[in-house]
Each structure stands twice: as structure tokens, then as C-alpha cells.
Design a protein around this ligand. Structure first.
Ligand code: SF4
Length: 401
């Protein structure tokens, strides 16, 4: 096993900015976010600016993603101040996404996004049914989703994503079908559909542990996933990642950076960066973040990790396996300096025999059956190099707004 750093890495980077404020905490959410604390916002924006100045790697920026939390919860002046600084520092980018939810995206805020140069908005829609939204402890009603989409389009923001969740306790396949149908009717070019997860420490998990909420049957959840693929691909969306669907040319470029395991700068409380082969995580406490940023920006980093070449290869493999195109063998070799067919010969053989992956000289990818058992396949790839902390710990920031 080799232990040198990866050989080739693109010079460009993506930027991620984390704003950890939400109006209330949704029952399923394990992201670092807390109810809006107005008095902390001015000092948080100042701290984010300080971190951006200090950490700017001065490399070409391809994408910006401002997530959280709910960035549009910031009062308009603070939102404007932050966006203006980000735009001035990054320069022109290919894609600039901001996450929003349907109760916080006022016309004024959407105009602020558009004026600053934001090119894409991702709304946490989750369901077109009140019953599902109440189980998920979301604040909005189904009508707010359509209102938000219309308001975004009114200010010229048409490159939109809607996040949805299936497998909600009490949800039926028919109800999920109707949510998908209404999502398609919106005509937005990108849809993310995630299975509900009962993450440790969330309100939903506590209800489950107390016997007050029962997760949906796995077979029904699998049926919902299959239905998602069938309906969205029939409607012209490409299924390009396990949970993500896009009209041609509308894939999320920021998330493709994570799924290709390329480098990015993360700014803000709990944000993760991956630069020069090193993964770094910021302190996940907004008060400490603000306090530390005033004194020593370097001290914001509370975890650092440099993977060996084999660990990095395993991490890259499991990220790329999320994509329906799978591992691009030539790209993987250029990026990791390792032949994936050689390093992963054992899991490839086993998973092929089980009908979970298909492999050629050019690609290694999940089959339709493998998509349903993706975690199992990925575990097999990670086992080749033992445990890979980053790959297992949720360091990579993709998820449900
Ligand atoms: S799911 Fe989104 S809106 Fe809800 S608490 Fe988490 S970050 Fe905030």
C-alpha cells in the first residue's frame, strides 16, 4: 500500500459557506443549525468575512454554495453584506447556489440574491402534503413551495432545485407519487429526492426510540425510490446521482465537486475544507466561532486529517460510486495515481457476482439493484483500506436543506 499524497488535483476549487441559522429545528435535521439569534448575526458576518480573507486559497473559483441552516433567514442587510463580499472575493463563477426554504424567501431576499449574482436557488420543499410536512416539523405549507418558485422566477432566478423527502412515517406510495407529479409540474430543472434518515440526536429519532414513531417499511421505501427513478426519468430528468435528478446540463456543479472528491474551501461554523490534500473542520459552535475569529482565524480549525493515497482512493471511489456514471477509471487514475481495478479487485469481483455493480475498462458503476444497496457496496470498497474516517463521518457536505 502506498502512502504518498494523491498525484493530480485540479487547480480550481469550490467554495462552501455555512450559515447555521434556522427559524426552528426540523425534526429530522442533524446539520449544525440553531434558531436564529439576531444579536449574533452582525458579528457572524464579520467573522465569515475575516475567515474568507484569511483562508482564500487564491485559486480559480468554479462554484459557490451558501448553505446551512437557512441563509435566507439572515436579515436583508446582513445577507446583502455577505453576498457582496463573497462576490467581490470570488469573482465570476460558473454556478452560485443559495439554499432557501419556502417561508424565508421573500421577494426582497430573492432580489438580493439575484442582484449579487446568485445563479441558482435550492428550496427545501420536502413534500406537497401537509401531513408529511408536519411529521418532518417543517414550517411551510405546500402552497408556499409554488409561491417561492414563482417569486424566484419573477426576479430572474430560474435555475432552481427542490429538495424532497420520501419514506416519511405515514406516507403512502400514492402520496409520494402525487408529490413527484406536482414536483414535475413545477418545471424546475433539478430535483433532489432523499430517503428520510433517523439520525442520532434528532427529534424524530427520539420519538422513534420512545416508540412514538415507526419508520416506514424498507420494502415500501425501496418502492418509492424505484418510483422516483421511473417518474423523473420519464419526465426528462437525468438520474445522475443516487438522490439527484436534473434536466440536461442542469446538474449541480457544486455537489459534483464533492462527488468527484475534488477540492473545496469551507467557511463558517462546522464547515469542512479540503485543500492541498488536507481535510479541515471548523468549530461547530457559532458563539465560539465568532469569538475565535476575532483573535486567531487559524484556531477555528478543530480537526485536521491527511489521508494516505489508498485511503484517498477509497474515499474517491465511494464518492464517485454515488454518481450513476460511476467511477471514471481514467479520471480516477489521474486524480489518485492508482488503478481502481487493481486496488478494488476483490469488492469489484464480489459485487459483480452479486449483480450490484458493472465494470468495464472505462467505468465501474452501480447497477439498478446496486443503487438500492449502495451503502453495502461502498462499505466493501472502504474495507479494502480499513476504516476511512472522512468517508464515514459525514464530513462531505451534501444533504437535505
Ligand atoms: S432541515 Fe434545513 S431548515 Fe430544517 S433545521 Fe435543518 S437546515 Fe434548518
Amino acid at each position: 500500500m502506498s502512502d504518498s499524497p494523491p498525484s493530480t488535483q485540479s487547480d480550481s476549487v469550490g467554495w462552501y459557506v455555512h450559515l447555521p441559522f434556522c427559524r426552528t429545528k426540523c425534526g429530522y435535521c442533524d446539520f449544525y443549525s440553531l434558531p436564529t439569534i439576531e444579536h449574533l448575526i452582525p458579528s457572524l458576518v464579520t467573522a465569515l468575512e475575516a475567515e474568507l480573507d484569511a483562508r482564500n486559497p487564491h485559486r480559480p473559483v468554479t462554484t459557490i454554495f451558501i448553505g446551512g441552516g437557512t441563509p435566507t433567514e439572515l436579515p436583508q442587510p446582513a445577507l446583502n453584506q455577505l453576498l457582496t463580499r463573497v462576490a467581490a472575493t470570488a469573482g465570476a463563477v460558473d454556478e452560485w447556489t443559495v439554499e432557501a426554504n419556502p417561508t424565508s424567501a421573500s421577494e426582497l431576499k430573492l432580489e438580493t440574491l439575484a442582484t449579487a449574482g446568485v445563479s441558482r436557488v435550492s428550496f427545501g420543499a420536502q413534500s406537497f402534503f401537509e401531513d408529511d410536512l408536519r411529521v418532518l416539523e417543517r414550517l411551510h405549507d405546500p402552497k408556499h413551495i409554488l409561491e417561492s418558485v414563482a417569486a424566484a422566477r419573477d426576479v430572474g432566478l430560474s435555475n432552481l432545485n427542490l429538495d424532497f423527502i420520501y419514506g416519511v412515517p405515514g406516507q403512502t406510495v400514492a402520496r409520494w407519487r402525487e408529490t413527484l407529479s406536482r414536483a414535475i409540474d413545477t418545471g424546475v430543472p433539478h430535483l433532489s429526492c432523499y430517503a428520510l434518515m433517523f439520525e442520532p440526536g434528532t427529534a424524530l429519532t427520539r420519538l422513534q426510540q420512545q416508540g412514538r414513531m415507526t419508520p416506514i417499511d424498507e420494502a415500501i421505501e425501496a418502492e418509492m425510490f424505484e418510483l422516483t427513478i421511473e417518474m423523473l426519468t420519464a419526465a426528462g430528468y437525468e438520474h445522475y446521482e443516487i438522490s439527484n435528478f436534473a434536466k440536461p446540463g442542469k446538474q449541480c456543479q457544486a455537489n459534483l465537486i464533492y462527488w468527484n472528491n475534488e477540492e473545496y474551501l469551507g467557511i463558517g461554523p462546522s464547515a469542512v475544507s479540503y485543500l492541498n490534500g488536507e481535510r479541515r473542520k471548523n468549530v461547530a459552535d457559532v458563539r465560539k466561532y465568532v469569538e475565535i475569529a476575532q483573535q486567531d482565524v487559524d484556531a477555528l480549525i478543530v480537526e485536521r486529517e491527511t489521508l494516505t493515497a489508498d485511503e484517498r482512493a477509497a474515499e474517491t471511489a465511494v464518492q464517485m460510486l454515488r454518481l450513476t456514471d460511476g467511477i471514471d477509471v481514467a479520471r480516477f487514475k489521474a486524480q489518485c495515481g492508482i488503478d481502481p481495478h487493481a486496488l478494488f479487485a476483490t469488492p469489484i469481483k464480489e459485487m459483480m457476482a452479486a449483480g450490484l455493480i458493472e465494470a468495464s475498462d472505462a467505468r465501474i458503476r452501480l447497477t439498478r439493484r446496486g443503487l438500492l444497496l449502495a451503502n453495502y457496496v461502498m462499505r466493501g470498497f472502504l474495507d479494502v483500506v480499513g476504516s476511512v474516517g472522512v468517508g464515514n463521518s459525514g464530513f462531505v457536505q451534501v444533504g437535505v436543506e
